[in-house]
Design a protein around this ligand. Structure first.
Ligand SMILES: NC(=O)c1ccc[n+]([C@@H]2O[C@H](COP(=O)([O-])OP(=O)(O)OC[C@H]3O[C@@H](n4cnc5c(N)ncnc54)[C@H](O)[C@@H]3O)[C@@H](O)[C@H]2O)c1
Length: 296
């Protein structure tokens, strides 16, 4: 029997895309699935699909940017299934493609609130429940390849995903004594509706540039993004890959091994920069100092 059978997973943004792929994969393992999502209509479609596949499902309409809605989700999950064993902080939005001058405060605020505060609120709400029952658990944060290497014209998105990778590394060490296993999923392109993220953006947060969506969707950058996403990995494969990786207790979950060379180049650049600092006469006094920061 699967180690996950009979346990409960909460997935934010689980109504479609990668979140739904993970929901289906964990449901196949026998988990009770709780989907929280801002899109009530899509949630109902997903609930019906999973129920027809024999999976126990609870759906709750919620916005990850609101802590009280996370608390409501937690209460409903516990009321229905008793305990929460796994949290997948998946809900996320793509930022408007744009350079520094063209990314205004509203663009920044929305992406930070959903992709960063959503993960923080989710973790703050669900991890205490896992600590309380003492049976251990799993925390899976969905970052991106953009969490591993900066992406031009996507500063806001990159900022949130780098933060999610960093927080996952912090929490990995912090939650280990509680037998809560932390992983961070870093996909490249997956075939979802991420490029249409503004469908869920509150009107009040829309910038003037964004209100003109027609011309934006026709821009060469938007067309290029659409085509790479259309050719992306299937969310179902990503879901199964998550199961494979958490079975192996992996902290970093990669789905696109072809990007290894991109990271190798980044690490080489960083290592070369360290080597240059080592040879600087200004820094000789710190060379032999004890390293005080924890790292895995
Ligand atoms: N698709 C890709 O190529 C790709 C690559 C790397 C990382 N990711 C990440 O994967 C995660 C899932 O994205 P996806 O590609 O499946 O996109 P998607 O747009 O298909 O799905 C996102 C889901 O999140 C929900 N959502 C959006 N805002 C919300 C909010 N405020 N509160 C609650 N739910 C909300 C949406 O309704 C939707 O169901 C995101 O964190 C994204 O950054 C995606």
């Amino acid at each position: 029997m699967s180690q996950y059978a009979g346990k409960t997973v909460v997935i934010s943004g689980g109504a479609e895309g990668i979140g739904f792929g993970i929901a289906r994969a964990m449901g196949k393992q026998g988990m009770n699935v709780v989907l929280g999502d801002i899109d009530a209509r899509q949630l109902e479609i997903s609930r019906t699909t999973l129920v027809n596949e024999g999976i126990n499902v609870l759906t709750v309409t919620m916005d990850v940017t609101d802590l009280s809605q996370w608390e409501n989700l937690a209460n409903k999950a516990v009321e229905r299934f008793g305990k929460v064993h796994m949290l997948v902080n998946n809900a996320g939005v793509g930022s408007m493609p744009g350079n520094i001058e063209h990314t205004d405060e509203k663009d920044w605020r929305w992406v930070l609130d959903v992709n960063l505060m959503g993960v923080i609120y989710g973790t703050q709400t669900m991890v205490p429940l896992m600590k309380q029952h003492g049976e251990g658990g799993w925390l899976i944060n969905v970052a991106s390849m953009a969490g591993m290497v900066g992406v031009p014209s996507a500063g806001a998105y990159t900022a949130t995903k780098v933060a999610v990778v960093g927080m996952s590394e912090s929490w990995y060490a912090e939650l280990k004594p509680h037998n809560i296993q932390v992983s961070v999923l870093c996909p490249a392109f997956v075939k979802t509706r991420i490029n249409l993220s503004t469908r869920n953006k509150p009107e009040a947060l829309k910038s003037e540039r964004e209100k003109n969506t027609k011309s934006m969707n026709n821009s060469p950058m938007a067309k290029h993004m659409q085509s790479v996403i259309d050719n992306g990995l299937s969310p179902d494969v990503v879901g199964e890959r998550v199961v494979e990786a958490i079975n192996n207790k992996e902290l970093y979950i990669f789905t696109h091994p072809n990007y290894r060379k991109v990271l190798q180049k980044r690490f080489k650049n960083i290592d070369d920069a360290f080597a240059r600092s080592e040879s600087s006469p200004l820094l000789a006094s710190v060379l032999d100092e004890e390293v005080a920061l924890y790292s895995k």
